[in-house]
Design a protein around this ligand. Structure first.
Ligand SMILES: Cc1cn([C@H]2C[C@H](O)[C@@H](COP(=O)(O)OP(=O)(O)OP(=O)(O)O)O2)c(=O)[nH]c1=O
Length: 191
């Protein structure tokens, strides 16, 4: 049995390392991340996590772990911004309001799949022009759902969360540990 982390996200690798888990292989999935017409954020994140887990090649006894993080502003899905202009639009829309961060996790072993979702509420303060421009220039928005990373400088924009910090960063550890155990991965072995 091998554990395959199906993710190109360095955050997910680091969060897994927090549990003392080093995957045997890292295979980033390549799937179409476009939302379907009218698709809501939570089902979208769940679908993407499942599709990622299905897209990663693995042996019948191997365990594949994948996740998808989506920022939801009401019914609107904010994915990874295409460019700085879209990142600015996302951050202006998020500032001064509450939004949700959904991370869906999917674990697959052979043709069995286990999934869980973590939903957190996040309040971002309204950003001044100086804050917005400095954050955009820093480039930390790239590759992040909703154009920010709470674990970086954007932590200064977030006075309040309710939910799972590790879920917001990209891999909710409580849910992930439960799924790995369900799939038969011995996460609490000694030594
Ligand atoms: C909201 C938020 C998102 N993110 C990141 C986590 C994810 O890497 C990214 C959302 O994109 P995802 O599509 O979930 O993941 P990914 O494309 O980075 O990696 P892969 O599909 O190969 O697993 O946003 C943060 O790092 N901090 C945050 O506060």
């Amino acid at each position: 049995m091998k554990l395959i982390l199906g993710s190109g996200s360095p955050r997910r690798k680091e969060l897994l390392a927090q549990l003392g888990i080093v995957p045997d292989a890292i295979l980033p999935p390549d799937i179409d991340e476009d939302p379907r017409k009218g698709e809501l954020p939570r089902p979208y994140a769940a679908r993407l996590a499942r599709e990622k887990a299905a897209a990663v090649a693995a042996g019948p006894d191997d365990i594949v772990l994948c996740a998808d993080t989506t920022v939801a502003l009401g019914r609107r899905i904010l994915g990874k911004p295409r460019d700085a202009g879209e990142a600015a639009a996302f951050l202006m829309a998020l500032g001064g309001r509450r939004h949700e961060v959904i991370t869906a996790v999917a674990v697959r072993r052979g043709d069995r799949v286990w999934t869980r979702e973590s939903v957190s509420a996040v309040k971002m303060k309204r950003l001044s022009d100086v804050e917005l421009n400095a954050y955009l220039a820093g480039g930390d928005w790239q590759g992040k759902a909703g154009a920010y990373a709470i674990q970086g400088a954007a932590g200064a924009f977030i006075p309040w969360i309710s939910g799972s910090f590790t879920g917001i960063v990209g891999l909710p550890l409580a849910e992930t540990a439960a799924l790995l155990q369900a799939a038969g991965y011995p996460i609490w072995r000694q030594g």
